[in-house]
Design a protein around this ligand. Structure first.
Ligand code: 5GP
Length: 185
């Protein structure tokens, strides 16, 4: 079956149009995977995906990586059914792997204010990993308030609400294979 690639979608009675196509996303992730493979040669990194949003990006990213690597997940509280962040972070699931001395690549779907990544970086640092780097598919640079260093960024996007490719709106839209933006924005 073909991938479902509509030009626009309606979720929660709001219409979104394509912003980043399937091909654009795949091509960019292929480049990130190649760069990570080069940078981590001989290091066996562990990818830690931030649930729920990062699971699709992480799954594609890892399949463009050509060196031995591992995966684990953690989960933070989300936006709920809103389009703006509550400004608070809550742990919902911890990492299972022993990450002491490991090379961590923290994988996010999107960095908005930077609060989540800042929080996670500080939290994971306490386990004394060998290194921590961050990969995010999307970065709303204008919205970022916290001091975060992003090493492998897919796309910088404007400060507007997006969905698809793992990102939801009231839990819908994660299955879309492209990134969509609110129409009229
Ligand atoms: P931050 O902590 O950087 O402000 O926000 C990060 C989290 O907010 C992301 O992992 C994602 O769950 C959510 N988020 C931020 N911007 C958007 C957006 O435009 N669309 C969706 N669906 N989620 C977003």
């Amino acid at each position: 079956m073909e991938r479902y690639l509509p030009e626009s979608v309606t979720v929660n009675q709001e219409t979104f149009r394509v912003y980043l196509t399937h091909d654009e996303i795949q091509e960019r992730i292929r480049m990130l995977g190649a760069k990570i493979s080069e940078d981590y040669e001989g290091k066996r990194p562990i990818f830690i995906g931030v649930l729920n949003g990062a699971y699709i990006f992480l799954a594609d990213l890892m399949r463009y990586v050509s060196i031995p690597c591992e995966v684990d997940f953690l989960k933070l509280s989300s936006y709920g059914a809103e389009k703006v962040s509550s400004g608070k972070v809550r742990d919902l699931k911890e990492v299972d792997a022993n990450i002491k001395g490991r090379h961590i690549i923290l994988v996010e779907d999107i960095v908005d204010t930077g609060l989540s990544i800042h929080y996670l970086y500080k939290k994971l640092e306490k386990f004394e990993p060998a290194s921590i780097r961050v990969s995010t598919l999307l970065h709303k640079k204008e919205a970022t308030r916290h001091d975060v260093q992003l090493h492998y960024t897919g796309f910088e996007i404007p400060n507007l609400f997006v969905l698809g490719y793992g990102l939801d709106y009231a839990q819908e839209g994660r299955n879309l294979a492209q990134i969509y933006i609110l129409e009229g924005s």
